[in-house]
Design a protein around this ligand. Structure first.
Ligand code: 7GP
Length: 811
């Protein structure tokens, strides 16, 4: 019998877009449809989309140029941008179309989105804020550039081995980066060391002893609805002589490459130092390398477009993201004076008008300063200029009324207490026309504490710009279920203006809406539970209260307070099994700086407690603890939509703002928090009834620290607290090493700088109040809906609007 002839099934119609993706796959990746693997499809999809983005990108650049527009330059050593594909697709409104095109090709868009590397060129809040700001600047149609470093190894990957954090290099560039463009024409000479030579006519000239070449890589940043595409320009480093052939031929194969290795070391790693100073020479080199390349690039563009360097402040606003780029102040002075022949006073005027500085922390250990001999050896010309600037500032200070010697010493750019050091915060402050904090309380404390004397000298300079988050990534993209629900209820206007979320408020009284709202939350919780089940083998009950603390691990953020409360709750449940306990899942995630001993110990403790609690049948389904490894932007996007309770429990006065707090509230979690950072403003927006506040205020913390706080008495006076602390200290959770946590617990008895003991009872009471609220599900859902409705103000579009009008003068 002969085979019957069967006509092949007609292939589903391929859209032109699908054809373009296949064409890209073949001609730029070099694979056909049959050979292509997931990562090939990912690259082909990104490259196809990028082609479209380029047209808008060029249009944006041409338009800014034609209008002679002022440009914003955001200088940041960190950009925690995360994955870009989903964000770009949704901002271009192409999600469905690209999804369909790929489906016809047998490819699942969601699956390839998942394998895009998470670009983690930042540590935490400050870096993520920079990424949200880039997106909002494009959304608001502001011509803006981000400048940073193209780290080969960004934030480390965290593995949890037997409960301990292990740091591994993250190699996000290992297989190339389809988003970026190398810009060979934008290369700059960056020098280090050497000497300063003066000539007869009073001109000075810096003759560096070594130099590297800074090379630009550009990534397009697409704003909402594709309105505008801006540039994130990241610098890589190259030696001028990639190989010394003489040395190589003489047999020194490794020495011949030393120059290149030295250059590459500049862009090799991101310093894992959220809120702590990294006192390494390499760090100062990185800061100068990227500042110099960026300032040279800005000056070149200005002169090319506008001719006269003296109009720089009218055409360029440079924002310093914390002090990491502060040496830019001296670098611009150097270029204006040494290369453009401006007199010092005029250069200083231009510089101050051009720069703005944002402070992100008051922690004294994070205020950067460099040993003067190091600074002078590496940057001799900048040192001279800093002395000259300092002379000017100190003369002004001395002339101003009522400045004590002590105040003048505090204003000085040089710290004379002990080993002399260059103070980068003071340099950024005096070199800027605007100095801002990131939440109202933080800004007030800046005036009262670290910058008190500078504030007295320049009283108009400090201003507040409360942080914000981009609602595209942090609501629309990460929580499509909630987004669709909100759209059904109030229409799509909130997608262009989150203030419009306000109309959702009345839906909190609508039982059927509440039901749908809680259905969306539940399905997000099921998704997270499945993920945790698959990745960690831990089974969770999606109907339990998901209580989440995810952020960098730091003593001031008080994960320890949360863990001790967990231990106390565990005790209570075991002692009173008859009571009606609220089933809870405690979720933790976060990285600790690799040299931060106590933070790493706190991670181990969370894991030790999890191990014990999760395997104890006597608490059954009532309490589970999960520490999720390798917290990053993508993991946050998964966890936040599934949270019921957002832990924002820093010691009051210590968290500058927080931005996670905003993301959780926008996704319908209730906050349990202290009166710290932006929590205070969140409370003002959502109303006292829709947030759970506890604990000491910043003033009370300051008073306790100044007075006679005796944590030992507090601990001994609280039965629950002392039981929990003693259990941890005596090794109940660390039978393999009973003394593991003794020191950590002794720290609480002896000084308790972070007020864990002082706030414990208030925190426990607040948690029990949370339980009571949870029991009233209608009330809980109503409050959660009001959170979503009332936090639209915390959009980074609002924040950027304020920067644009009040600091940059571009709106
Ligand atoms: C963080 C602050 O700790 C956080 O409160 C704030 O929301 C965020 O900046 C954005 O403003 N600071 C850092 O990430 C940091 O590294 C050291 O500060 C300079």
């Amino acid at each position: 019998m002969t085979e019957p002839e069967i006509a092949p099934a007609p292939a589903p119609a391929r859209s032109p877009l699908a054809d373009r993706i296949v064409d890209t796959l073949i001609h730029r990746i070099g694979k056909d449809e049959r050979a292509a693997r997931k990562h090939d499809w990912l690259a082909a999809t990104i490259l196809t989309l990028r082609d479209e983005i380029i047209d808008k990108w060029m249009a944006s650049t041409r338009q800014a140029h034609a209008a002679g527009a002022k440009r914003v330059y955001y200088l940041s050593l960190e950009f925690l941008i995360g994955r870009l594909l989903r964000d770009a697709l949704s901002n271009l409104g192409r999600n469905a179309e690209v999804g369909d095109a790929l489906a016809v090709l047998g490819v699942d868009l969601a699956e390839i989105e998942e394998i895009e590397p998470d670009a983690a060129l930042g540590n935490g809040g400050l870096g993520r804020l920079a990424a949200c700001f880039m997106e909002s600047m494009a959304t608001l149609d502001l011509p803006a550039y981000g400048y940073g470093i193209r780290y080969v190894n960004g934030m480390f990957r965290q593995r949890i081995d037997d409960g301990w954090q292990v740091e591994l290099p993250e190699t996000w560039l290992a297989h190339g980066n389809p988003w970026e463009f190398e810009r060979r024409e934008s290369a700059y000479f960056v020098g280090f060391g050497g000497e300063v030579i003066g000539n007869e006519v009073g001109h000075v000239h810096w003759k560096p002893a070594e130099a590297v070449e800074a090379l630009a890589y550009d990534t397009p940043v697409v704003g909402w609805r594709g309105k505008r595409v801006n540039t994130l320009r990241l610098w890589s480093a190259r030696a001028f002589d990639p190989i010394r052939l003489d040395a190589f031929n003489a047999g020194d194969h490794i020495g011949a490459l030393a120059g290149q290795v030295r250059a590459e070391s500049l862009v090799r790693v991101l310093y894992p130092s959220d809120s702590s100073a990294a006192g390494q020479e390499l760090r100062l080199r990185q800061e100068y390398f990227f500042s110099s390349a960026s300032i040279q690039d800005i000056v070149r563009r200005h002169v090319q477009y506008f001719g006269d360097i003296r109009t720089l402040p009218d055409k360029a606003a440079i924002q310093l993201n914390d002090t990491h780029p502060a040496v830019s102040v001296a670098e611009l002075m150097r270029l204006l004076i040494d290369h453009h022949d401006l007199p010092f006073d005029e250069a200083w005027e231009i510089t101050r008008k051009t720069f703005g500085y944002t402070n992100h922390t008051l922690l004294p250990e994070a205020l950067e300063s460099w040993p003067l001999p190091l600074f002078e050896r590496l940057l001799p010309r900048h040192m001279q200029l800093i002395y000259a600037i300092n002379g000017r500032v100190l003369r002004e200070a001395r002339k101003s009324d009522g400045m004590s010697d002590q105040a003048v010493a505090a204003i000085s750019l040089i710290d004379e207490n002990g080993e002399r050091r260059v103070r980068m915060a003071n340099l950024a402050f005096v070199g800027s026309h605007s100095v801002n904090g990131v939440a109202a309380l933080h800004t007030a404390l800046m005036k009262q504490t670290v910058f008190a004397d500078l504030h007295r000298l320049y009283p108009a300079r400090i201003n507040n710009k409360t942080n914000g988050i981009t609602p595209r990534r942090w609501l629309m993209d990460c929580n499509p279920g909630l987004t669709a629900l909100v759209r059904d209820a109030i229409g799509a206007e909130f997608c262009d203006d989150t203030a419009k979320l306000q109309s959702l408020d009345s839906f909190s009284n609508d039982p059927s809406f509440r039901e749908r709202f809680s259905g969306v939350k539940r399905s997000n919780k099921v998704g997270l539970s499945n993920f945790i089940g698959e990745s960690m083998g831990l089974r969770l009950d999606p109907d339990a209260l998901f209580d989440v603390q995810i952020k960098r691990v730091h003593e001031y953020k008080r994960q320890l307070l949360n863990i001790i409360e967990t231990v106390a709750l565990y005790d209570q449940i075991r002692s009173h099994p008859e009571e009606d306990w609220t089933p809870r899942v405690k979720i933790f995630a976060g990285k600790a700086a690799s040299s931060y001993h106590n933070a790493k110990l706190i991670i181990k403790l969370a894991n030790d407690v999890a191990k014990r609690v999760n395997s104890d049948p006597s608490v059954g389904g009532l309490l589970k603890v999960a520490f999720l490894p390798n917290y990053n932007v993508s993991l946050a996007e998964r966890i936040i939509p599934a949270a019921d309770l957002s832990e924002q429990i820093s010691t009051a006065g210590m968290e500058a703002s927080g931005t996670g707090n905003m993301k959780f509230a926008l996704n319908g979690a209730l906050t349990i928090g202290t009166l710290d950072g932006a929590n205070i403003e969140i409370k003002e927006h959502v109303g006292d009834d829709n947030i759970v506040i506890f604990g000491l205020t910043a003033d009370e913390v300051a008073a306790k620290r100044a007075g006679s706080y005796r944590p030992r008495e507090v601990i001994e006076g609280s039965r629950e607290l002392s039981q929990a602390v003693n259990a941890i200290a005596s090794g109940v959770f660390s039978p393999d090493d009973p003394s593991r946590y003794r020191e950590l617990m002794n720290g609480l008895y002896d000084h308790d700088w972070f007020m864990v003991a002082a706030d414990f009872d208030a925190y426990t009471a607040a948690q029990r109040a949370v339980d009571a609220r949870w029991a009233d599900q209608a009330g809980w859902q109503a409050a959660a809906i009001r959170n979503v409705a009332r936090v639209g103000w915390f959009s980074s579009d609002r924040t950027i609007g304020e920067y644009a009008r009040e600091i940059w003068g571009v709106m």
